[in-house]
Write a protein that binds this ligand. Structure first.
Ligand SMILES: Cc1ncc(COP(=O)(O)O)c(C=O)c1O
Length: 471
């Protein structure tokens, strides 16, 4: 690993958190949790991720990782997508969500654990994570007999917390977000002499994730491009290091959600910078500030960064279930989302590998994603119609829907706010075969009712083409 330098505008996470806290305290919004967090010193530095001495990961680091972890990690498949032709690409899907704990994070976690001294292995390690890194570390720590402590923020999904406990890790639930959980984990690491392993910026974590790149090149010859989801930047940094060393013509494309574009902001800023994040379907990518080692390694190797809208991520999750029979979480589906959104049209006709890197999605979130995906594609439609309040009025509406083969998901009616006391407003959510079927429904209802209003045009439909009456 080499030391490197770049121009960093140091707006640190901590400064930002401080200013947010100040805003809250002036608004009188304080609680027990905040006073507890304020006891955590703010200047604990992770010695492996030093902003002033960032480390560049080398090809040699990744091959060392590949050698060391080959026993404990799955070599995941990378088949051609069954719907490759519909995207106009020769598309391959690297299914790293098929690792035991459901994500690629095991690669880096196992390598970091195996690289420790025997004293450190005995003492154990600590990390902060909302999910995939915590599970990977807990599982491999358990298998290698290394005590693991993970600090998870209060927002971490219950399923992921429980999984870590099942893998015998000590789980501490602390902090309102990842930044606070991390501060707590660093404090405990100092007090208890535990090694802190950052999930996206520890050099061995980055090297371990890079082993995916070696596998891809063995499985798909001469790919034109590889699409990689980006959170803290460790995954793309590791893979890009391998790909640019062995196949320099292959384009490296990073994808972020619009709700947490911290790598794109870091590029603009010429260094990692705190980027406020919002709730996202791609919770694995929700890192407010990318890693210093990851950034300096990945920056010169990335050919393009794409920021996708959340609806496309929902649609990608739906497509992967329906077409590929893969359950993939939002972060893992964001590469396909960028293709669906038409943001990578220059790859048409090319051989492309899309990384599906995680499958840990909450069942409730999964359900909501499928619904949003259906809505984005125009297959789940919502409309309001004013129908006669006389006996048989609502029945007539149901008969129209039934005759068209439209399935009602939800129906509700109200009268109190209508001017005409002989009408009733009916709100319907229904499922259609496709957008064309939805249009048929719309035209039919317009013929029958004076007042009928549909929810807006679905995202996945080219509005100009539809509005001009052509398909
Ligand atoms: C499923 C999934 N994909 C992608 C990423 C992004 O990896 P990185 O933070 O190394 O950029 C993560 C990070 O947790 C993840 O869980």
């Amino acid at each position: 690993m080499q030391k490197g330098q770049y121009n960093i505008d140091l707006v640190t996470e901590k400064e930002k958190i401080k200013s947010l806290d100040k805003k809250k305290s002036t608004s009188g919004e304080t609680n027990k949790e905040e006073s507890k967090m304020s006891e955590i010193p703010e200047d604990i530095l992770d010695p492996f991720c030093d902003p002033k001495n960032p480390q560049k990961i080398s090809f040699h680091d990744v091959t060392s990782a590949a050698f060391l972890i080959k026993e404990g990690i799955e070599r995941t498949p990378c088949p051609r997508s069954t719907t490759s032709d519909s995207y106009g690409m020769d598309l391959y899907l690297k299914k790293d969500f098929l690792q035991y704990t459901g994500s690629f994070k095991e690669r880096g976690a196992r390598y970091a654990l195996l690289s420790m001294s025997s004293e450190q292995k005995q003492a154990g390690v600590i990390s902060a994570s909302a999910g995939n890194h915590a599970q990977a570390l807990s599982y491999h720590g358990w298998k290698l007999n290394i005590p693991i402590t993970v600090v998870m923020p209060k927002t971490a999904p219950i399923m992921k917390i429980q999984k870590c406990r099942n893998y015998n890790a000590t789980v501490i639930i602390e902090g309102r977000d990842m930044a606070e959980a991390k501060a707590m984990a660093l404090k405990i690491s100092q007090e208890k002499q535990l090694l802190y392993i950052n999930g996206y910026d520890h050099p061995q974590i980055i090297a371990g994730q890079g082993t995916i790149g070696l596998e891809i090149l063995e499985q798909v010859s001469n790919p034109d491009a590889i699409i990689i989801p980006v959170g803290g930047g460790g995954l793309i940094a590791g893979i890009a290091t391998v790909i640019k060393a062995l196949s320099p013509k292959t384009k490296i494309i990073g994808v972020e959600s619009e709700k947490c574009p911290s790598f794109s902001r870091a590029i603009e800023n010429k260094g990692p910078i705190y980027t406020p994040i919002k709730n996202t379907l791609a919770d694995g990518l929700a890192v407010p500030k990318v890693g210093y080692n990851a950034f300096i390694t990945a920056l010169p190797l990335i050919d393009k960064m794409v920021v996708v809208r959340e609806e496309w991520i929902a649609l990608a999750i739906l497509r992967l279930v329906e077409e590929e029979k893969c359950v993939v979480e939002g972060a893992g589906a964001s590469g396909l989302a960028a293709i669906l959104a038409g943001q990578l049209n220059e790859l048409k006709g090319k051989k492309v590998v899309c990384l599906l890197c995680g499958g840990n999605i909450d069942t409730t979130v999964f359900g909501r994603c499928l619904e949003r995906g259906l809505a984005a594609e125009g297959r789940l439609v919502k409309f309001v119609a004013e129908v006669s309040d006389r006996p048989g009025g609502i029945q007539e509406l149901c008969e129209i829907l039934s005759s068209l083969g439209v399935s009602i998901k939800d129906i509700m009616h109200e009268r109190a706010w209508l001017r005409d006391i002989y009408t009733v407003e009916v709100k319907v959510v229904c499922e259609t075969r496709d957008w064309e079927h939805s249009m048929q429904l719309k035209n039919n209802l317009k013929k029958h009712y004076q007042k009928v209003q549909f929810s807006e045009l679905p995202l996945a439909i080219n509005a100009d083409v539809w509005l001009s009456g052509r398909k």
